[in-house]
Design a protein around this ligand. Structure first.
Ligand code: FEO
Length: 395
């Protein structure tokens, strides 16, 4: 592997994973994912996080090559989710002298996965320092970003924040690993939003606490566990995360609908065209076609949400129920939400969608739009116009 330096004596030893189809066996990876890991060479040598087991056969040899016969003194474990930790056993096997550094919570989880002797473990407290020589590390607990044991590691001499999942994103690092040598907006921003809304967004309150904790800390570089390393403009990713964790929405409306024979789809398109005619940006998803990962990303981003369903077995369509369940889990806020749907005899779809939304603790704006039978132009003409008028007033 080529030697890639963040700074003198801080090496990138992460890898790309283009083989895995689903992250956490749930979220699609059309552009792959990187597992970022870092080696600091100093009087004492430290590895910060590992990679997912099986994602690269050369990882340990690469580290050994960079160490040039010197020992690996510390393995800093910022996070125990296996995409970063499942190589811990292999690292210990290869470098038996290494001490594993984590907090109390880390070590509880560590013991559940690995048979590691207590003498190989160093437990650090919040803000505790570890002196490597030139480089000084401090550890800062940011629980639930995105597991209870998660912490970040700050290297004081270079003002580098090893931020783990925070500020990470999907997408492999092709060529340069740095933000200032990539087109972030074109190649990474959406994948970062998708990662945030799918993985981290549920814990936005805890992300806010992490932000508060890092207030006043000089940060010249952000080195997360997934995605680009921010050395050119770390303020950009801080700004994006601040917006997302505070549920600040952009103007626009997501329409997501479930339709069996096209009537609810007709309604979705009609509503979309009325919104578009008012100059409002619209993103429309057929819930049976779009992956919930993409729908959640759009829902996280935009202020308006219009959900539509046909009736199905005296309920809403099962794919709409799946989307609603995911929305409930990640809990986006500050949305203007309305619903619509079609049916043939008793309107159970819209009724069950309305009651599910109430259970989710979200509010429905205006009166739901319902059509029996064919969603013809004649039926939609006036009813959809007033539905959209009412919705737009709240946007
Ligand atoms: Fe990248 Fe929570 O693991």
């Amino acid at each position: 592997m080529k030697r890639i330096c963040l700074n003198e004596n801080i090496y990138y030893v992460g890898v790309n994973d283009r083989r895995k189809n689903l992250f956490e066996n749930n979220w699609p990876l059309p552009k792959g994912v990187s597992y970022n890991s870092y080696l600091i060479k100093d009087k004492k040598n430290a590895l910060i996080d590992t990679i997912e087991f099986g994602s690269n056969d050369n990882y340990l040899n690469h580290i050994a090559g960079l160490l040039e016969g010197a020992p690996l003194d510390y393995l800093i474990v910022n996070h125990m989710e296996p995409d970063h930790s499942s190589m811990i056993g292999s690292v210990l096997h290869h470098f038996p002298e290494v001490k594993i550094v984590g907090n109390v919570q880390t070590h509880k989880i560590l013991k559940l996965y690995f048979n590691i002797p207590d003498e190989s473990i160093i437990t650090v407290k919040d803000s505790e320092l570890l002196d490597l020589g030139e480089h000084k590390l401090s550890f800062h607990l940011i629980p639930w970003v995105h597991w209870p044991e998660t912490m970040v590691t700050y290297e004081q001499t270079t003002a580098t924040l090893f931020s783990c999942d925070a500020f990470g994103g999907f997408g492999t690092l092709d060529g340069s690993i740095f933000d200032d040598q990539n087109d972030f907006e074109q190649d990474y921003e959406y994948e970062m939003l998708r990662y945030y809304s799918n993985i981290v967004g549920k814990y936005s309150n805890m992300v806010q606490k992490a932000f508060a904790k890092l207030q006043g800390v000089e940060i010249k570089m952000i080195a997360p566990s997934h995605g680009l390393i921010w050395r050119g403009n770390p303020g950009k990713v801080l700004q994006l995360y601040s917006k997302w964790c505070n549920w600040e929405n952009e103007d626009g409306v997501v329409i997501a609908y479930a339709s069996m024979y096209g009537n609810t789809e007709q309604m979705a398109d009609y509503i979309g065209s009325l919104l578009g005619a008012r100059g409002i940006k619209v993103k429309t998803h057929d819930v049976s076609k779009s992956h919930v990962s993409d729908m959640l990303a759009d829902i996280w981003k935009y202020k308006g949400l219009v959900l539509g369903t046909c009736a199905y077995n005296a309920n809403m369509h099962p794919m709409m129920e799946h989307l609603c369940n995911e929305i409930r889990l990640v809990a986006p806020k500050n949305k203007i939400l309305s619903i619509f749907g079609s049916s043939t005899w008793n309107g159970a779809g819209v009724k069950s969608l309305a009651s599910y939304i109430k259970e989710m603790g979200m509010e429905i704006t205006g009166t739901p739009l319902e059509i029996m039978g064919a969603a013809s132009f004649e039926k939609l003409q006036d009813s959809a116009e007033s539905f959209v008028d009412e919705f737009v007033k709240s946007l």
